[in-house]
Structures are given as structure tokens and as C-alpha cells.
Write a protein that binds this ligand. Sequence first.
Ligand code: SF4
Ligand code: SF4
Length: 281
Amino acid sequence: MAVDLDVEEPNLHLFLHPVVEHTEEVAIDIPIVDESTCDFCRKCAEICQFKAITVFGDIVLTYPEMCHGCGGCMAVCPQNAISAGKRPLGEILHGKAGKAGFWMGRLRVGEAMSPPLMRLVKQRIGQAARSGSAPGSAERPAVDLPDILPDILIDAPPGVSCPAMNAVMDADVIVLVTEPTPFGLYDLKLAHEAFERLHVPMGVVINRSDIGTLDTRTYCRERGLDIWAEIPFERSIAEAYATGKIVAETEPRHFDRFRGLAQTLMDIDMRRNRQQEGNHA
Ligand code: SF4
Ligand code: SF4
């Protein structure tokens, strides 16, 4: 299954050309305060970790664009003075890309926060896997999912901030994609340090591997990070990418690089499964 969680700028569909079977508009619950029943106790403001609701004297102010939709303020309000309004987040698309299932989140233009939409995409995948059908209406086509979740490949947003962490926090294996430049190495170090606390196998793919310096390889060697694949800097690769083509298909001489990367991931997964079976035995 391929999942595009880079919801601010999804692009997996440009390469996989999925048949989209279902599109769902999604929103989060934001607080609407009825000041006629509010006693200005401040409990809502105290629980909100995002400063999206504040109380000044006898005025309650909400900042809908900062709300993460956690529902905390509604749960603690002793006067039941807060009801749920909606802030549109974007849409979730679902379908097939060849034999693979395909899911994608697309953030509404102007929406600042992607983690709530990313969480909803994951939630929908879980619901679909559990029910064996797409969540929601009965007219929606059944999703052809196996009894257990298939292997899921997530396209994560770049960086190490909340969106990137949200994308990788359930991952069994993390692939760090970098370039052998000082800038690339700086970002690689940040990502490595942020994600190593998840204690899952991590490896590196070096893009444009024949430019830059050797510092990235030195860092990987010193920190015990395996380099799982290297992709050279070639015009034909850039051209394939720019026209929505898959390099492994358009450039057969590069096929083995990607096949090798896939095999590495499958081997790690197999070892992990064996280890888990051993732990259960
Ligand atoms: S928790 Fe409810 S009653 Fe208390 S200040 Fe907030 S909205 Fe008002
Ligand atoms: S729903 Fe959560 S994030 Fe939004 S205002 Fe209430 S407590 Fe804050």
C-alpha cells in the first residue's frame, strides 16, 4: 500500500497514477463557546496545550486556526458551554495504484496544520483494514484489503518538525533520503537524532550521490547508519522525475538499485517478524 502523508504537498499520485475510488472532505472539531452559560472558570484555557482558547475576565476568545481538535476543552467544561464547530482540513483520497492500495491526504489551501489530517489518514486506513471496507457510506466500494494490514510505504514530509514526526512515529523502518552536501548532511543529522529515539531500523538513501563531499558517508559510518542505496546525479533521472515517470521503469539500468532497496526493507521486516515470533514463543 502506498500512502502519501506529505499532505502539504502530496506528489505520489503524479508517479503512481492511481485510480481514485473515493474522496472524503474532512474537518476537525473546534470549540464554539456559548458565553451565556459560561462562568469563566478558565478550565478550557488551562487544558489547551496550543493556546487556542483563552479567557480574559468575562470574555472567552478562541483561535480556530490554532486548534488541534483534541476536544480537551469540550471535555472539561463544567458548564457544557462549548459545542463543536468545524474547521475544514482538506481531503482524503483513496483508490488503487496498479495492484497496490493508494491513500493520500491533501491539506486545504490556507490550512496551517497538517498533523490532524495526517492522523485522520492513518485512522481511515486502520478503519478500512479492520472493516474490510472503506469507512462511511454503504455505497462506497469495498476496499480490497487483506485480513491484516499490508506492507505500507509512507511518503513522509521533509524535515523533523511535527508533520515529519507524525508520519514516521508508527513506522517499523525509516529510510532517510539525503544528498552528500553540507546542507543535506545538516538535515540528515537532525533527522537521525530526532528519529533514533523511535528505536526502529534506519538506513540512508543518498540522492545525487556523485556530487558533494564524502562527509555524509563518514557520518553514516561513524554513526552506524547503513547506506541502502545511492542514486547518481543524471539528467535522464531528473527528466523522468520531472515528467512523472518512475526511474526504475524508464531507466532499466537503475532497476537493481531500487530492487535492492526494496529487498533490504523486506529483509529487515522479515527479521523483525521472526524476532517478534521468537519473543511470543
Ligand atoms: S471551561 Fe467552560 S465555563 Fe469554564 S471558561 Fe471555558 S467555556 Fe467557560
Ligand atoms: S479542541 Fe483541543 S486544541 Fe482545540 S481549543 Fe480545545 S483544547 Fe485547544
